[in-house]
Design a protein around this ligand. Structure first.
Ligand code: ZN
Ligand code: ZN
Length: 295
């Protein structure tokens, strides 16, 4: 039994990514290029990874309880309704219109093989996210990102737990500037969602080394969530840890104890109000130490 479990939890992450690519490559595009399809598949992927937490748990301290479940459910709902709608109407559609108005074309991208189109979309999205995330750890934008680092345990949907402004900002990308089939872009979204879910999940994977070299896994991402603020300044990539290796921010290791400021768990309202903390502190004439620490 243990041998089978070991094989399953060795192959699960790469096999899932392969299945996702095959699905988007071979299912009829006419059935897939509707936005509700990517939402249903993304949520199903999250549920599947969440289920794995009950089969091969990583840390008992990260076990999903009812309060954590409700919080995660709230953020999954928020993300796939409000945030993704705002993302489309405030960012992707205006960017697509600007592309048309300016006559920007990348026709060559339409002639690439499907796998190359997906790889291009994945890299473009991840490259932007890497730099924005890195900026968040090194500027005033930390105030929007800190709630994600106040989570005190990791679970499959925790990648979507944070301040709504941060969730909106980190989802921004310039992918709308590229001429790519919608199915290739959706495939890349599905892949980053799956990888991010694996990287936040309370699951003991026996990850192949080649996979951990390319893609973000729970080890480096848990280190990114460690308790010391300075120690969180590494392993920024959401899905492609290769980008951290390229820019010298990769740090090996892992953390079982996660959470900022003495692991103070925030309620949803505290997560929403968090970016106002420096303003409130200034009004009270009591500047928070963190304002300078985050610079
Ligand atoms: Zn971070
Ligand atoms: Zn995270």
């Amino acid at each position: 039994m243990n041998a089978i479990k070991r094989i399953v939890f060795t192959l699960f992450q790469p096999a899932t990514l392969l299945l996702i690519v095959l699905f988007w490559a071979f299912f009829p595009a006419s059935m897939l290029d509707k936005s509700w399809v990517i939402t249903v598949i993304s949520i199903s992927t999250l549920l599947m990874v969440q289920g794995l937490e009950f089969i091969n748990e990583r840390h008992a301290g990260w076990r999903l309880n009812f309060r954590e479940f409700l919080t995660d459910l709230f953020y999954v709902t928020l993300y796939f309704s409000v945030i993704s709608t705002l993302e489309t109407s405030l960012a992707e559609e205006p960017l697509g219109s600007a592309k048309q108005a300016l006559g920007i074309t990348t026709v060559w991208a339409m002639h690439l093989p499907f796998v190359a189109q997906v790889a291009l979309a994945l890299f473009v999205m991840e490259f932007g996210q890497y730099w924005l995330h890195r900026l968040m750890h090194n500027s005033f934008l930390w105030w929007t990102h800190a709630p994600h680092h106040h989570i005190t345990q990791l679970n499959a949907s925790k990648g979507l737990v944070g301040n709504p402004l941060e969730l909106f900002l980190v989802s921004l990308s310039v992918i709308a500037l590229f001429d790519l089939p919608l199915t290739a872009v959706f495939c890349a979204y599905n892949l980053t969602g799956a990888i991010s879910a694996f990287a936040h999940a309370n699951v003991r994977f026996y990850t192949p080394r080649w996979y951990a070299y390319l893609f973000t896994t729970v080890e480096p991402h848990s280190l990114h969530h460690t308790v010391g603020f300075a120690e969180t300044r590494c392993n920024y990539a959401n899905a492609l840890i290769l980008i951290d290796r390229m820019f010298g921010t990769f740090s090996p290791g892992e953390a079982a104890i996660v959470g900022q400021e003495e692991r103070k768990r925030l309620s949803i309202s505290q997560q929403f109000m968090f970016p106002l903390r420096p303003v409130i502190a200034m009004i009270k004439g009591n500047p928070d130490k963190r304002a300078s620490a985050s610079g």
